[in-house]
Design a protein around this ligand. Structure first.
Ligand code: TRP
Length: 331
């Protein structure tokens, strides 16, 4: 059976972009594979050095989101990164197998450094997070990581590390990692029409947003900037409202009719947005209700992650003993 590892940095509650990009996929995969889901609190610290409270608070928010969308702790193993020190230990071993120049060339890291304007003063911790990530994956010997296309360089680097580890220590303990881009992984634009929904761009609709907040956000959504009067023909391409209807509206025939009407002229943005509000709230309402139920007992929620962590702990210790055996570090 496939062994999957995925995870999220707990830097905020999860949003609709996560939902279509990974959460729905995880709910499906948990029936077909052994799935580990890691809350990457240590990785979150790499770009929140001075804000540990934010990370700590969001561990629980992310947990609530997982359970509310239907990730089942009987089928998936949810765990907390910082509680598995073996991951950090394995990271230290991997760090000898990669050059600083190679780390600086990782395209995902390069893009992030440019976005955050930290090229000249990047910390060692940030620069090496792909190595840490390779340790996350290999500590449970995962052979499959569902990722967005922008994370492919991470998997490539992890496979290089595995190869180098195998070659250097004459062993073959780790499986090759396959990156699997989820079929449902359509990338959701932000409400501002920008390429990607993201917390840092401030253009997200959260799974925990109330119906009113969702309505307000949809009303602000980017449409066709040249569609000024209702009678004008409008564009449905690059129109965020229609992009969302394509993904979320179960009545696709109606969407096709709305599009035709909009393109011809005579259909105002407000009507289309009203339809989208209805559709999104239908998706979000059951999630919201479950989220509120779970939030009644946060200790129990945390316990779910702690129990998952116990299971991972046993696997991690086994992996580390094989690693140390290969390096001849057994005393
Ligand atoms: N980098 C991922 C994020 O930013 C989180 C993560 C950490 C992860 N380690 C991982 C994802 C290993 C997949 C595999 O959300």
């Amino acid at each position: 059976m496939k062994i999957i590892l995925t995870g999220d940095r707990p830097t905020g509650p999860l949003h609709l972009g996560h939902y279509v990009g990974s959460l729905q996929n995880r709910v499906a995969l948990q029936h077909q594979a052994k799935q580990y889901i890691m809350i990457a609190d240590l990785q979150a610290l790499t770009d929140n050095v001075d804000n540990p409270q934010k990370v700590r608070d969001n561990v629980c928010q992310v947990l609530l989101d997982y359970l509310a969308v239907g990730i089942d702790s009987q089928l998936s193993t949810i765990f907390i990164q910082s509680l598995i020190p073996e991951i950090a230990e394995l990271t230290i071993i991997y760090l000898n197998l990669v050059t600083v120049n190679r780390l600086k060339r990782n395209p995902t890291v390069k893009t992030e450094m440019a976005q955050k304007e930290i090229e000249s003063h990047v910390t060692a911790g940030f620069l090496m997070y792909p190595v840490h990530q390779a340790a996350d994956i290999t500590i449970v010997k995962a052979d499959c990581v569902p990722v967005g296309a922008d994370q492919l360089p991470m998997i490539e680097q992890a496979n290089e590390l595995i190869q180098s580890f195998h070659y250097t220590y004459k062993t073959t303990i780790f499986p090759h990692i396959k990156a699997e881009i989820p079929k449902t992984g359509s990338r959701l634009p932000g409400i501002d029409g920008k390429q990607k929904m993201s917390k840092s761009l401030g253009n997200a609709i959260y799974l925990s947003d109330t119906a009113d907040v969702v309505a307000q956000k949809v009303m602000k959504m980017y449409t066709d900037p040249n569609h000024l009067r209702v009678q004008d023909p409008g564009r449905v391409e690059d129109n965020t409202v229609f992009a969302y209807l394509d993904i979320f509206d179960p009545e696709q025939d109606q969407v096709a009719e709305l599009k035709a009407h909009y393109q011809k002229g005579g259909l105002g943005d407000v009507l289309v947005k009203k339809r989208l509000i209805e559709v999104l709230n239908t998706v979000l309402e059951p999630i919201r209700i479950k989220r509120m139920e779970y939030a009644q007992d946060m200790q129990q929620i945390l316990n779910i992650a702690l129990q998952g962590t116990e299971k991972v702990k046993a696997v991690a210790q086994q992996t580390m003993s094989e690693v140390k055996n290969a390096i001849n570090l057994l005393y």
